[in-house]
Ligand binder design. Structure first.
Ligand code: ADP
Length: 505
């Protein structure tokens, strides 16, 4: 019975072929292709061309897997084996039809390969995106860095011009120059902030500060700005606010001024209101509510979410200038304090932006004493020798003009890092102003060399860095290199003079 079944169901898939040493078929069954006695194996399929030269070998076995053959006009996938014997016995070729096996195998292999390929593509895409992102951030950081020298130039010379004899028209032009350069400076600061945010490098610096003083200061300037635009300015600051709180005063000011700038910018008539109230004080934390209300153009409900994204401007960008970065930065900064910013708005009625921010309150918190913040006035009877190491001509000229106006400084300038050490060794400087990104070297490396000089009075000279590279790791590096202080570019006259004065005896 088994034999009958076998006969019915066993599918013959192997063909045996005996050939002579030239490939002539001597004997074969007709399982896969017709009985081709007296035909050469090469005529069965061109594949066998590769086998012919092996027929002369002795006692060898060769296997060829997954070979596509066209036999009797039918395409099959087969494994082929060749067995050679000694000179007296002819070679044997077997062809095993494994078409269905290979088909299944190929499909699974293909599926597997596809998933491997897909994950490789994904990995490639990710690394491409990462590289692109990194390139973009470095590009932005470098680009804004390069813009700082020319802006410093514009700011400094506008300041200098202000103090010369000008007629009314010229004063007007100067005002435009000043407001354009401050706008440009703000845009660059925003772009740098965004690039810092994207690489996770923007962090809060928490210190005790006088919150009421800060709010008073903000109110003073925005009351004027609102009035200039013909808007009313209302404000209410809670009497119960603690006097000193711990937080990042600079970033708080940035959040509030961004919101107030927008309120004024997007309001043509009516008012801008700035309210600050104390929610509660609990567990050494004061929760403070800030609210900025305007009666301006408002924001459509479907656009409310997107205004916090980078580069988003939902109103006609042609009518309002701006980069669309302000609110993205505000949102990020507020979230750094583990809080949220919310907005309610109605088109043509106005908008209300509000947030609750926690500040540290601790009766032991003290503001830096007046002694520490007081700026040392420079002794009027002495002239100081300053060495400026700077390769940008605009900055050289700006520093020169600022110092010259004081009439208390002799300024020596070198633009090449290699000239610094010989210059210091041959003269007596009271202070060195050091650009960080010099053409051929980093300023902090030059500072290290100064600190290693043999002469005490040379190596002890105060060094102030002039730079836009002020990430916290940069500052640590400067300190380690022996740099005493940093003046951030673009700088203005007051900052430069005040910082210098701290180090002059
Ligand atoms: P920018 O003001 O530089 O365009 P922001 O990120 O500060 O960028 O604001 C993004 C967009 O949100 C603005 O362009 C404006 O369309 C909308 N917006 C922000 N504040 C207000 C407001 N007070 N009233 C109306 N629209 C606003």
């Amino acid at each position: 019975m088994l034999e009958t079944y076998k006969k019915q169901h066993a599918k013959a898939i192997i063909q045996y072929i005996v050939v002579d040493f030239n490939g002539q078929i001597l004997e074969s069954d007709a399982i896969l292709f017709g009985n081709s006695k007296e035909e050469n194996i090469v005529d069965v399929s061109p594949f066998f061309e590769t086998v012919i030269h092996l027929l002369e070998s002795q006692d060898k076995e060769y296997f060829f897997n997954c070979i596509h053959l066209n036999l009797n006009n039918k395409s099959i996938t087969a494994d082929i084996a060749l067995k050679t014997f000694n000179k007296e016995k002819y070679p044997l070729i077997t062809i095993t039809d494994l078409t269905s096996h290979y088909k299944h195998y190929q499909t699974t292999a293909q599926v597997r390969n596809e998933s491997v390929i897909n994950s490789e593509i994904l990995e490639l895409k990710n690394s491409y995106l990462r590289e692109k992102e990194e390139f973009k951030n470095t590009f932005i950081a470098n680009f804004s860095h390069e813009l700082r020298d020319p802006i410093t130039g514009i700011i400094t010379f506008s300041d200098i011009l202000k103090n010369t004899q000008l007629d009314d028209q010229q004063k007007n032009y100067l005002q435009i120059l000043k407001s354009s350069s401050s706008f440009l400076k703000k845009m660059i600061d925003d772009i740098l902030d965004i690039s810092k945010i994207e690489v996770g490098k923007l962090q809060l610096v928490l210190k005790p500060f006088d919150i009421r003083e800060l709010l008073k200061d903000i109110n003073a300037s925005y009351a004027i700005r609102a009035k200039e635009k013909g808007l009313e300015y209302f404000t209410s600051i809670d009497e119960k606010l603690p006097l000193i709180v711990g937080g990042d005063a600079m970033r708080l000011r940035q959040v509030l001024t961004n919101l107030l700038d927008n309120a004024i910018k997007f309001t043509e008539k009516g008012s801008v209101t700035f309210n600050v109230s104390l929610n509660q004080v609990r567990a050494q934390k004061a929760s403070v509510h800030f609210e900025i209300i305007d009666t301006g153009i408002g924001i459509a409900p479907e656009k409310l979410e997107s205004i916090f994204e980078n580069f988003t401007q939902v109103n006609n960008p042609l009518s309002f200038k701006g980069s669309g970065l302000g609110l993205a930065i505000v949102k990020y900064l507020v979230e750094l304090t583990r809080s949220k910013i919310s907005v309610e708005s109605e088109v043509d009625k106005g908008s209300t932006f509000s947030t609750n921010i926690n500040f540290r309150v601790d009766s032991n918190q003290k503001l830096p004493t007046k002694e520490e913040v007081k700026i040392k006035t420079i002794k009027s009877d002495k002239k100081y020798n300053i060495l400026l190491v700077e390769d940008s001509e605009i900055t050289q000229l700006s520093v020169l003009k600022i110092l010259a106006r004081k009439g208390q400084f002799f300024l020596d300038i070198v633009s090449n890092a290699d000239e610094v050490i010989p210059r210091i060794e041959n003269s007596e400087f009271d202070l060195v102003l050091m650009d960080i990104k010099l053409q051929d070297q980093w300023g902090d490396e030059v500072a290290k060399k100064i600190r290693q000089l043999p002469e005490r009075e040379h190596k002890r000279v105060p060094i102030i860095a002039l730079t836009a590279k002020v990430f916290s790791e940069d500052l640590k590096k400067y300190k380690k290199a022996g740099i005493n202080d940093v003046v951030k570019k673009p700088f203005d006259e007051t900052t430069l003079i005040n910082t210098i004065s701290k180090y002059l005896k």
